[in-house]
Ligand binder design. Structure first.
Ligand code: AHG
Ligand code: MN
Ligand code: MN
Length: 338
């Protein structure tokens, strides 16, 4: 994956250039992505200040407008909604934080797209200064234009996504997205307030030596999954295989981002308690699977391609095995055995 050093390309310029290359693009869709980056900058600012707000204690409970300081996931949820509700490009939104579709309020126009998002991924890591993220997915509506979006517009299989990506708020903040023509990564430069292209045309390594899973669930897994993990940890000299390393952050965005750049596999399997796994299909699994597939990886639910699952409800969950093609195939080999 070439790192870009010779040109300075902002995400806005990149989106416009991508749009110019695609037939029949009207610019609406570029505008959706552009508007989203503003929301990400605002969330980033708040994430960066989160520790400070705590440290300031008494003054941290109310902000400058006298409003109560919200929890970061509620804050991120509101910021994205407010950045996107009046743009005229969306006919509705759905967020992991809300039970139902979020309509476009009067008097704003209903547009061609729906936006689905996980405003803050990795909530359990907020208070310990570990990487967290935001995940988004954009679909073209299937109901007639000009009317409010309905559930039908949201319950589309992942292969219908026209763009998806994530922001990771870590040691540096990055935005990674695909619009179905490769995967691009931008690093946020706070001194100029811009996301600048830093990772051009990201390709996932075909094979990696890292597995990433909450192994605390081992005893709740199906024995085939247990066997895969047992195998992953073994040195097998006759096969030329060394034990894989385990890395698990507990923020899907961060775990999948590492998998994308270093290779390997990220898993969140079903278990005896959660028969359909933990991760949400529409807000987490689909967008991350689209990114990884576009980078040359695979994303499966243990039986089929994640992007081909027909969603039945907004908050549906799915098991997920995502990463380098050879690693995902290895896992599936174990899942097929008796
Ligand atoms: P969220 O913070 O949006 O609820 O998502 C948490 C998810 C995901 O980020 C992560 O991979 C997984 O939950 C971690 O779950 P465990 O704590 O069960 O490992
Ligand atoms: Mn999440
Ligand atoms: Mn979340």
């Amino acid at each position: 994956m070439p790192l870009v050093h010779d040109k300075v390309i902002t995400i806005e310029r990149h989106i416009i250039e991508q749009q110019e290359r695609s037939d029949g693009a009207t610019g609406d869709f570029s505008a959706v992505l552009r508007d989203l980056t503003l929301a990400f900058k605002i969330i980033n600012r708040e994430v960066m200040r989160a520790g400070l707000v705590d440290a300031l204690g008494a003054t941290g409970t109310r902000n400058i407008q006298g409003e109560m300081v919200q929890k970061l996931d509620a804050f991120a949820d509101t910021v994205i909604y407010r950045a996107m509700d009046h743009t005229g490009h969306l006919c509705g939104m759905a967020s992991e934080e809300n039970a139902d579709i979020l309509p476009i309020p009067e008097p704003y126009k209903c547009g061609k797209y729906v936006l689905l998002f996980d405003p803050l991924d990795g909530s359990s890591n907020i208070d310990v200064n570990v990487s967290i993220g935001t995940i988004f997915s954009i679909l073209r509506r299937v109901t007639p234009e000009g009317t409010p979006g309905t559930l039908k517009d949201f319950l589309q299989p992942g292969y219908k996504q026209i763009a998806a990506g994530y922001t990771i708020y870590g040691p540096s903040t990055m935005l990674v997205y695909t619009a179905g023509r490769g995967v691009y990564g931008f690093t946020y430069d706070p001194s100029v307030g811009e996301f600048l292209l830093s990772h051009d045309d990201i390709r996932i390594p075909p094979h990696g030596t890292i597995y990433s899973v909450n192994e605390g669930n081992y005893h709740k897994w199906d024995r085939r999954m247990q066997r895969y993990i047992d195998w992953a940890k073994k040195d097998i000299p006759e096969e030329g295989k060394k034990a894989y390393s385990l890395r698990y952050i507990g923020s899907m965005v961060a775990d999948v981002h590492r998998t994308l750049l270093y290779g390997g596999v990220f898993l969140y399997p079903a278990d005896i308690k959660s028969h359909r796994g933990k991760l949400r299909l529409l807000y987490e699994a689909n967008p991350m699977s689209f990114v990884v597939e576009q980078a040359g990886g695979l994303a499966r639910d243990g039986g089929q391609r994640v992007l081909e699952i027909l969603p039945e409800k907004l908050h549906q969950r799915t098991p997920l095995i995502v990463g380098s093609p050879q690693n995902v195939t290895e896992v599936e080999r174990f899942l097929k055995e008796d």
